[in-house]
Write a protein that binds this ligand. Structure first.
Ligand SMILES: [Fe+2]
Length: 406
């Protein structure tokens, strides 16, 4: 991210002598991306390198290897997954339910009723993570500090951050989008000084940052579960507390961003999805994806404006859309809280029934809606076998039915 942040105590000059504990040389770690070329942070460990393991790592007794349908053997059809029907249960670490994915991304939901187990941590060595909080609140604690989160926050967690999640309430419902590539503000939103343009829908300083707590200079046995590319999980035992950092500085760190801090930009006629772009990941437009926030905003006010979107397809993108609630005019009667549409590139989709006619009455009014959309670039998304159980089997013919009944 463009905003360089400093927390706690560390030397001004990188890789120079520093003591957080008198007489004990602190040990520096670089957490980088894109080799040593992308956003990075440096951390000062007060006594131990993060490399110290008390025993040889083992394969954990659980994994995150998704089971996809065989895309070469099924029809190309749109899906509507009702993630609200997926039952709650388990802890926030193990309850990842994979929905669909491609070669660089994986989408899941977490509907957990418990925090991570005590003294247990997770590190995703395969992907950067973007959570969206559909329900619940809690704290994501990492070596960067404690990061509180609440309903309708995005939470960005860089690849290989060591963290745990503790819930405030009885349960949490999270959407999780994993990516091989770092998350960033769309570069065209940024000016030559690295700030967001004053005309951009995001303000990069409106993020929630981790609060660094006093370092934990503790020995013991701390379990870090590490996810590798492919989904196998390693059980690593660390002999000292992973939050033994006296200070850190850099541009790669976890943060929150409330979706309603996406300040929608309207125009006289319908505004296309790039105006809703909040984050992107990968080398757009060749790899990766864009993440868009559909927040309440004014519809077009042209005297002949048709507020409902056009039928559309983007031949180079698969579209994944998470509807936070059922208040999405073009999809009325089809979706409910937490429904997810999955539309493949080259297959058009559109509003249902008479939604376009109904939308004429909405000119210049604020549309109440809340949704998170992801558009891939040259990356087909395949649904998982477990997700099929929560799909509407009639979705592909729903436009025909709506045309006859609405
Ligand atoms: Fe769409």
């Amino acid at each position: 991210m463009a905003l360089i942040v400093r927390r706690g105590d560390l030397p001004n000059t990188p890789h120079t002598e520093f003591y957080a504990i008198p007489g004990v040389l602190a040990l520096e770690e670089i957490h980088g991306s894109y080799g040593f070329d992308g956003p990075w942070s440096r951390k000062m460990h007060v006594r131990h390198y993060p490399t110290e393991q008390s025993s040889r790592p083992t394969v954990a007794d659980f994994h995150f290897r998704p089971t996809f349908v065989d895309a070469s053997a099924v029809a190309l059809e749109p899906y509507m997954i009702h993630s609200g029907d997926i039952p709650y249960g388990g802890d926030a670490l193990r309850s990842r339910f994979a929905l669909c994915g491609g070669h660089s991304t994986l989408m899941s939901v977490i509907k957990a009723t418990e925090s991570f187990p005590a003294d247990t941590y997770f590190r995703n060595a395969a992907s950067h993570e973007l959570f969206f909080v559909q329900e619940g609140s809690g704290v994501l604690s990492s070596e960067f500090g404690e990061l509180p989160f609440k309903q309708h926050d995005y939470i960005v967690v860089p690849k290989a951050t060591t963290y745990r999640i503790d819930l405030h309430e009885g349960s949490v419902w999270l959407l999780l989008i994993e990516s091989k590539f770092p998350y960033e503000w769309p570069p065209h939103y940024m000016n030559r000084g690295g700030q967001a343009h004053m005309t951009a829908p995001v303000v990069e300083t409106e993020i929630g940052l981790p609060e660094l707590r006093p370092f934990r200079d503790e020995v013991g046995e701390f379990t870090v579960f590490i996810k590798a590319p492919g989904g196998t999980v390693t059980d690593s035992k660390q002999s000292h507390h992973p939050f033994d950092v006296s200070g850190w500085e850099g541009a790669l760190y976890p943060f929150t961003f409330p979706i309603l801090n996406h300040h929608g930009i309207a125009r006289e006629i319908h505004t296309a999805p790039p105006m809703h772009n909040t984050f992107q990941s990968g080398h757009i437009p060749n790899t990766g994806f864009s993440v868009c926030s559909f927040v309440p905003q004014m519809e077009g006010w042209h005297p002949k404006e048709v507020c409902a979107p056009y039928a559309h397809m983007n031949v180079d993108s698969d579209e994944f859309m998470f509807f936070c609630n059922g208040s999405y005019g073009a999809r009325k009667g089809i979706i409910k809280d937490g429904s997810i549409s999955l539309h493949q590139g080259g297959v058009p989709h559109s509003p249902h029934g008479k939604a376009a006619e109904r939308s004429l009455a909405n000119r210049g009014k604020v549309a109440e809606r809340l949704a998170v959309m992801l558009d891939t670039y040259f990356e087909p998304l395949t649904i998982t076998v477990p997700a099929l159980e929560f799909c509407d089997p009639e979705y592909s013919t729903s436009w025909s039915r709506a045309a006859q009944t609405q």
